[in-house]
Design a binder for this molecule. Structure first.
Ligand SMILES: Cc1cc2nc3c(=O)[nH]c(=O)nc-3n(C[C@H](O)[C@H](O)[C@H](O)COP(=O)(O)O)c2cc1C
Length: 239
């Protein structure tokens, strides 16, 4: 590529060149045949803008509020796991970027920097993403640490009682690393005989797949922070 990257696709190409294949595949891959991954991209390509003319656009303000927090654009940084696989500074650098862009970062429970490290790295507004674990004391520990460290909301991911079967990770024999957030709580380092698998910890050891609406009440009883649900996919569930 000549010159500086100018769009997301060019950044992705640079990442492909720079990262070990096992990590690039993790970030860019999807579940099974990656049919949904492709469909998502195609769905965005299908959206066209219907422009109206002769409208005064000399002053454009995209700022908005989320839970009362002012942000410069209606875009938040979604939680994604293991940033140190891409850069040694990991989620601490992502949090600084959120602060510079004046938006909100949602820290993944699978972060490679701890809840505390990210909190002390900058004053960006931060939310904390988590799951409900079979061992409720783990959820309680993480949530209470996030609350103590000044995170402003809990984002509960509700669309993955089981994580997808990620075939690239299986082929690459991915090993789930020990994550510092879980030290003293549970071992997250998992490798299985049949290749990978990065999701073995979540699927077999950690997530409570029986999670249902009544558990949201439990979650709200252990934190004073607002609880947001991430992954609502149908209007029936949204209503
Ligand atoms: C590499 C990677 C890691 C992710 N890790 C998490 C995670 O730890 N927790 C979570 O709730 N979502 C996670 N996600 C899902 C994203 O937050 C987001 O919902 C998903 O990528 C769909 O948004 P997109 O179409 O903009 O990629 C991850 C996504 C990717 C690509």
């Amino acid at each position: 590529m000549e010159g500086e990257p100018v769009n997301v696709n060019e950044f992705q190409e640079l990442a492909r060149q720079a990262l070990p294949k096992i990590y690039y595949d993790y970030y860019s891959g999807g579940a099974e045949d990656e049919y949904t991954l492709k469909q998502n991209v195609e769905a965005f390509q299908g959206i066209t803008i219907r422009p109206r003319i002769l409208v005064d656009v000399s002053r454009i303000d995209l700022s908005t509020t989320v839970l009362g927090y002012q942000i410069s654009v209606p875009i938040l940084i979604a939680p994604s796991a293991k940033h140190k696989w891409a850069h040694p500074e990991g989620e601490v650098a992502t949090a600084r970027a959120a602060a510079v862009c004046d938006t909100i970062m949602i820290l993944s429970y699978r972060s490679t920097c701890t809840i505390e490290e990210v909190a002390s790295s900058c004053n960006a507004v931060r939310f904390f993403q988590c799951y409900v674990y079979k061992r409720r004391d783990i959820s309680a520990n993480l949530l209470q640490r996030a609350e103590r460290c000044g995170y402003k909301a809990i984002v509960l991911t509700v669309d993955s009682p089981r994580l997808g079967r990620r075939e690239k990770d299986i082929k690459n024999k991915m090993v789930n690393p020990q994550l510092k957030n879980f030290e003293g709580l549970i071992s997250t380092r998992v490798s299985t005989d049949d290749g990978s698998n990065i999701e073995a910890f979540d699927a077999n050891t950690a997530f409570d797949a029986s999670l249902s609406w009544k558990d949201i009440g439990w979650l709200r009883s252990i934190t004073n922070l607002p609880v947001l649900l991430k992954g609502v996919l149908t209007h029936e569930d949204g209503g």
